[in-house]
Design a protein around this ligand. Structure first.
Ligand SMILES: Cc1cc2nc3c(=O)[nH]c(=O)nc-3n(C[C@H](O)[C@H](O)[C@H](O)COP(=O)(O)OP(=O)(O)OC[C@H]3O[C@@H](n4cnc5c(N)ncnc54)[C@H](O)[C@@H]3O)c2cc1C
Length: 192
């Protein structure tokens, strides 16, 4: 999708490689691309991005499936088994080091240094990094998820959305049909 608009009749106008098409409803869930597409139809979602990398180490049987660590002092991490003999570690690296304007290469190098040092000091993994996974995050959102609507277009954005994907999919489909705007509070209420 290249562009989004709203027609005089109130339908959503989508421009893509396939041409221009009109729809009664559009759910915009384009991750890092959401902000600029949403802005085209007057919806604000945070435009700032940061770099993030998760690194994988070899381990001789950790005996653990996952681990989240948020010490008062020191590096916050999330860690999990990433296959047999593989342990993946992501950390909350200094925001300045992973800021968008630092560039991917510099942010990856800084993250690699921090996580390798952490692993050497605190984990029983082998010290070499055997794999990595890069992505972008929205700074300061934490586990937040937000919904914004303008007419027929409903945008969703947030960080750590994967674990909520089944609930979000259902809620977004319902909202697209009914024309309503979900909220975290309404989702929690509907499911308790
Ligand atoms: C290393 C790592 C670890 C993570 N761990 C967790 C975790 O443990 N738990 C958790 O809940 N979350 C986790 N996340 C975060 C989670 O993956 C994201 O929050 C989630 O994927 C965001 O969903 P989204 O639909 O907003 O964006 P995305 O998953 O980025 O999906 C957006 C989609 O839109 C498509 N798209 C983009 N632009 C356009 C366009 N112009 N036209 C058409 N299509 C477009 C993209 O190709 C993509 O398919 C992790 C992420 C990473 C990188």
């Amino acid at each position: 999708m290249f562009a989004l608009g709203i027609s005089a009749a109130g339908t959503a106008v989508v421009t893509s490689a396939g041409g221009v098409a009109e729809f009664d409803a559009v759910v915009l869930a384009a991750g890092a691309s959401t902000s600029h597409l949403a802005a085209q139809v007057g919806i604000y979602t945070p435009p700032l991005l940061a770099h993030h990398v998760r690194f994988t180490f070899a381990v001789d049987g950790s005996g653990w499936q996952s681990w989240i660590d948020k010490p008062a002092d020191g590096l916050s991490t999330y860690q999990h088994e990433a296959g047999p003999g593989r342990w993946a570690v992501g950390g909350q690296v200094d925001a300045v080091e992973v800021a968008w304007e630092r560039g991917r290469e510099s942010a990856v190098a800084a993250s690699r240094r921090v996580i390798a040092d952490y692993a050497a000091r605190f984990l029983t993994v082998r010290p070499e990094i055997v794999d990595s996974l890069y992505c972008t995050t929205v700074p300061n959102l934490g586990d937040g998820v937000e919904f914004r609507r303008n007419g027929p277009i409903l945008a969703v954005y947030g960080d750590n959305l994967m674990k909520f994907a089944p609930v979000l999919g259902e809620a977004l489909a319902e909202a697209a049909v009914s024309g309503t705007t979900p909220s975290v509070a309404s989702l929690a209420q509907d499911r308790t």
